[in-house]
Design a protein around this ligand. Sequence first.
Ligand code: RB5
Length: 149
Amino acid sequence: MSRERIPIGADHAGFELKARLTAELERLGYEVEDVGTHSATSTDYADYAHPVAREVETGEARRGVLICGTGLGMSYAANRHPGVRAAVVWSQEIAALARLHNDANVLVLPARFVSAEQGVDILKTWLDTPFEGGRHERRIEKIERKEEE
Ligand code: RB5
């Protein structure tokens, strides 16, 4: 069976945490596609959010990971892609709920507000928690139907 490929991206604020999460994903057996950034030099989060979100939008990747200082800029950009549900997550409980209730297919971490250890724990919870379906299925369908009442 081929390994799942997970695209990951970060700006300068998330670049250190990205290295840690990349190592963890590889240790867990995933194939990681690192879209950058590759240094702590100041850069723009949208340049990394769009390539990761585009892969999830088109189905090239099932899920992706983004990191910036607050998580907010990355989530704004990623959530403009149809079918992408990018969740800013700061605890394992939110990670579980983002999967169970919201079927989050992009994990967004706020590097300035979680430790590396918390980041790894959040990542593992997000990777391993299934979508609950049921009533949440209908709610998720309504996210894409923004023209309707
Ligand atoms: C960069 O300083 C910071 O603004 C960025 O990482 C992110 O927090 C934006 O939402």
